[in-house]
Every structure is written in C-alpha cells, then in structure tokens.
Design a protein. Structure first.
Length: 428
C-alpha cells in the first residue's frame, strides 16, 4: 500500500508520510500539517484516533484481545515470570539473566528505606484520607528527600532513581494501608522476595509472627504483572506529559497516580466492588442495574465494563477471573459478589446494548474480588493497581526521556468570543 496519505483542503492537496510499526500498525505522520496548511490542525477529543508517540514497550490489539510486554504475551508472563522479572523486562527491554535479576533486586533493597521525616507527612493526613491522595503526595514528596532524582540526563542516573522508587514505593503503599488501619509503620524483611516483603509489610501484626500465605502471594504477584503496563492509557500518558517538561520522575509518577485515581480509569476496581455490593444489598437484581447502565438519562455505568481499546475480552480479565476462582476456592471463601459478577458478565455478553458497543469485562472487573479475599480494604484497591503499574510508568517515562521527545503541548480550536472592547464597570 502507498506509504503516503493525501489530504485535500480548499482544493489543494497535501501529502503526509505513513509510518508502519513492527506489528503493521499504520500512522499518518502529521508533524508538518500546521506549517504546510497555514495553521490547519486535527481535532480528536480523548485522542481516540491519535498516537502520541512511537513506543517499543507494550503492544496491544484491542480487536484480537492481544497484550504483550516487550514482545512476550501476557499469558506466558503471568504464568511463568514473577513481578520483579517483568518490571526488569519493561524497564530494560529484555528478560533478566539470573545474576542481572539478583543485582537489580539487591540494588532495590539497598534503597528501600524511606526518610523517617516522611512519616510526619503521613501523620498529617486524617485517617479518612483516600490512600490514592496520600500516595500521590508522598511520591511527590520523595523528590525533596532524593533531590538528585530530578535531573536524570543519563542512563546511570535513571537507574539510580529507578531502583530508589522501586525500593521506596512499596514501603509507602504498606505505610498508607497500615496508617488507615492504625497499625505501626514497619519495613518487613529485605531477605524476603520483592512481593513477599510487600505482603509482610502490609499484613504483619506487631504482636505475632507473620506467616506467609503462598496462595495470596502468588495471586498478588500475578495481579501486579497483569497491571504492569498498558501502553498509552490515561495515567501513563499523564506521566509522559509531565515528564516531557523535564519535571523529575517522582513528580511525574505522582501525577500518574492522580490520573489513575479516577473511577473511569484505575479507580474502577474500587467502583466495581462498591457496585457489586450495592447490587447485593439491593437483593441481587442484576437486570435492574443492567437497565440503569443502558439508560442514557441515568449516569450509572456498569463499572469494570468497556474499554477504550479492547473491543473484545480484556485478556487480563480472563486471567484474573480464573485466578479469582482459584483463590476463593483455595481459601474456602464463598463470596456472593463473585456470583453476582459472573451473572452480570454472562447477562452483558448476551445483551445487544453491550454486544453492539463491544463492552466486555476489563481488568478492573474481577481484580477487586481477589483484593477483597486478600483482606485489602476497598479504598486500597487502586493503590494496588498503582503498585503494579509503577514499572510500566517508569519504563514509559524513561523511553520518552531517552528518546528526547519534545515537551507535550497540544493545540486547540478556539470557540469563544471574538475580539471585543473593554467596558468600564460603571457601564456594564
Ligand atoms: C482501565 O486505557 C487503558 O488501557 C486503561 C486500563 C489500563 O490498564 O491502564 O485498561 C485500565 O482504566 C480499564 C477501564 C476501567 N474503567 C471502567 O471500568 C469504567 C466503566 N467503563 C467506562 O466508563 C468506559 O467504557 C471507558 C471509560 C473505559 C471507555 O470509554 P470510551 O472508550 O470513551 O467509550 P465511550 O464512553 O465513548 O462509550 C461508548 C459507548 C457509549 O454509548 P453510546 O454513546 O455509543 O450510546 O458505550 C457506552 C457509552 O455510554 N459505555 C457504557 C460503558 N462503557 C461505555 N455503557 C454502560 N456501562 C459502561 N461501562
């Protein structure tokens, strides 16, 4: 096919190159559009048809339900890798050798102490503060305690700021959860595995020996892998946008956490559980809630359904659904909301409204069921999403900075008042 796109405006033809990715995706390169056409631009609210960058990190095909990190399928990674291995893959581009992973983990452990003064910031929050707001604040505050992480102009400095945040972020997550529960803040035990120590920091009680639960450990490791990256989603685009001004990594991550908080994005996992609970409290009438979701005059949406890119089953949802069944069975938990979730999913997959709009369960639909089985408070669900997404955000920020991408600055079409003279207040 021709590698040129031709645009005709006002009887004049303009040609633009078409770039092709390694998975045969095509993009019209309109870098010269505004200059060539005397200021004509494109408009695309929500960027549904607009690529922000070329990236080698994650590939997804929404029609076929394909998701790959650096070319490896999400199914294989979820089954055969562990989270720290996947974090290395996303950030450095290849699966680590044994000694590379060991050094990466050792460097992270070395950086997993958080300046004690950070506790004073945490203490300043009311117990009712939403953990995502706390985490966004503490992440940005890390810049003050690690000033060298702002100017990452080299791979070496990038590495240092990467291992620092991978060491300190899980501590902030555990402290945020423990603070809400009124538990003393701790550090776990760095002789343990990366995710193993996250579990210990989150769950350890001050008055008893912590016993690892391998079912929950494996479930969390898999969930973190499934959330690790997802190309140019809302929060990742935010991290790249903030980083494009050469703001530091931690300020960029803090912005990404805020974007993820929204119920249309990562906040959906909390909203799904609250919705399932509401359906249960209302007597389990899923048909009633399906009708609300289809009623345009009702702002209610079926949380955990639909996706900007997937117009097929989200491959992550498939894997998490199986894991949810396994975890609940292994723990001997009969969770009525899982049955409600399954009922909703089956009904939606038969309903013309959802089928016509290609609305399928997404990554957030089942994850909350496992988090709840793990005893994680519902307000911490999106924090767990952020914990998983951290390596993806780092990888995307690093790629943007190492490729020296320009500062992000979209244009607009002005639709306000035309030029008008000022009127003194006495005459208004
Ligand atoms: C994540 O981008 C990513 O990769 C995100 C993510 C990641 O890993 O980073 O995958 C994580 O954010 C998953 C999505 C979690 N959000 C939810 O579950 C919230 C519920 N879903 C939505 O609000 C919605 O589906 C979005 C926001 C996810 C996608 O919205 P789009 O692509 O902008 O689609 P749209 O709003 O234009 O909807 C198209 C149609 C509309 O109806 P019509 O105007 O055509 O009649 O579908 C309807 C919408 O009203 N619709 C829904 C619906 N989602 C879309 N109707 C009822 N319930 C829903 N959930």
């Amino acid at each position: 096919m021709s590698k040129i796109a031709t645009l005709e405006i006002g009887g004049k033809k303009y040609e633009f190159p078409i770039i092709e990715g390694t998975e045969k995706e095509l993009g019209i390169d309109i870098k010269t559009l505004r200059g060539a056409t005397d200021s004509v631009i494109t408009i695309d609210p929500g960027y549904k048809n607009t690529g922000a960058c070329e990236s080698a990190i994650t590939y997804l095909d929404g029609e076929k339900g394909i998701l790959r990190y650096r070319g490896y399928s999400i199914e294989e990674l979820a089954e055969k890798a562990d989270f720290l291995e996947v974090a290395y893959l996303l950030i450095f581009g290849d699966l680590p050798k044994l000694e590379e992973l060991a050094k990466f983990h050792a460097d992270i452990k070395e950086q997993s102490v958080v300046d004690d003064d950070v506790k004073k910031i945490l203490d300043a929050f009311p117990k009712t503060a939403h953990p995502m707001g706390v985490l966004s604040c503490l992440t940005s505050a890390l810049t003050a305690f690690n000033p060298s992480t702002v100017d990452v102009e080299s791979e070496e400095e990038m590495y240092k700021s990467t291992v620092k945040i991978l060491g300190k972020f899980p501590v902030l997550v555990a402290w945020t959860m423990r603070k809400q529960k009124g538990l003393p803040l701790n550090y776990g035990d760095t002789s343990l595995g990366y995710v193993e120590n996250i579990m210990k920091m989150m769950y350890e009680k001050p008055n008893e020996q912590y016993e690892q639960n391998n079912i929950l450990l494996n479930a969390l490791d898999k969930l973190l892998i499934l959330h690790a990256d997802h190309e140019q989603n809302c929060s990742t685009s935010t991290v790249r946008m903030v980083g494009s001004s050469h703001a530091g990594l931690y300020a960029s991550l803090s912005a990404g956490i805020s974007a993820l908080w929204g119920p249309l994005h990562g906040g959906a996992n909390q909203a799904v559980l609250e919705m399932l609970e509401a359906i249960k409290e209302d007597g389990g009438d899923t048909e009633k809630f399906m009708a609300k979701a289809k009623d345009k005059s009702d702002s209610f949406r079926l949380m955990g359904f639909g996706h900007r890119v997937y117009k097929n089953f989200d491959p992550r949802a498939k894997i998490i659904k199986v894991a949810a069944d396994e975890v609940l069975a292994d723990l001997g938990i009969e969770d009525p909301v899982l049955d409600i979730a399954k009922g909703l999913s089956e009904e939606a997959l038969r309903d013309a409204y959802f089928v016509d709009r290609k609305l399928y369960p997404n990554v957030d639909f089942y994850s909350g069921i496992i988090y709840r089985a793990m005893g994680i408070p519902v307000e911490m669900f999106t924090v767990m999403f952020a914990l998983g997404r951290l390596p993806g955000w780092i990888a995307q920020w690093k790629e943007m900075r190492m490729r020296k991408e320009p500062i992000g600055r979209p244009r607009q079409i002005y639709i306000g008042e035309n030029n008008r003279p000022f009127i003194d207040i006495e005459k208004r």
